[in-house]
Each structure stands twice: as C-alpha cells, then as structure tokens.
Design a protein around this ligand. Structure first.
Ligand SMILES: [Zn+2]
Length: 116
C-alpha cells in the first residue's frame, strides 16, 4: 500500500484508496487504473514526425513546405528552423505555437516538424 495515491482525476478528491489494481474515489465512485492513466498521458504527448516527444522550448525544423494564409502569405520552406516552440493544442491538428522568422507567431502541426 502506498500513501501517495493520486487524487481523483474526475473530482480531485484526495480521499482515494486502492482496491486491487484500481484506485477508487469514495466521493464520486470513479475507479481507475493508475498505470493506464500513465499510458494515456504518454499517448497524449505531442510528438514530432519521428515520434520524439516535444517539450516547451524545443527547437524544431520544418520538414515540409507550408503555405501561409492571411496577411502577406508566403511559404515557410523545408528546413526552416523554429526556435523555442510552445506546446499548445489548438484548432484541428495544430498543436504547437511558435514564432517563425519572417512570419511571426503561428500555429504549427507537430506532424510537419522534427526536433532540431
Ligand atoms: Zn472522485
């Protein structure tokens, strides 16, 4: 038995207890498996095109020409380096926010970058 059970992911109650492989919340009756919870967090991680997990502040390289709509427009070329990305799950597949030289702050897809 461990004294450091995680709080309930549903109602944030701290009065959770273990029952076999599960953790149970007495307040909202939610039952879950801490190991599955960890796997879910892993699969929710934002990864680059090579499957490397990206983190805030990483530098990445664009691996595909990107047409930019709106003000000015233009194309972000393959190989463009983007410094200091911020993970920011947004609209559609856009899950990275970063400042691109010459284009300014924009949203990118993790699937079209790789870790620099
Ligand atoms: Zn609960």
């Amino acid at each position: 038995m461990s004294d450091t059970l995680p709080p309930c992911p549903r109602c944030a109650s701290e009065y959770t207890y273990e029952m076999g492989d599960l953790v149970v919340c007495p307040e909202c009756a939610h039952e879950w498996s801490p190991s599955e919870e960890a796997e879910a967090a892993e699969s929710a991680a934002i990864k680059d095109s090579n499957g490397n997990v990206l983190t805030d502040g990483d530098d990445v390289v664009i691996i595909k020409d990107l047409k930019v709509k709106g003000a000015g427009g233009g194309t972000i070329k393959v190989g463009t380096k983007v410094r200091g990305i911020r993970l920011s799950p947004g609209v559609g597949d856009h899950d990275i926010e970063a400042k691109v030289d010459g284009f300014g702050q924009m949203q990118l897809k993790s699937s079209i970058v790789r870790k620099a």
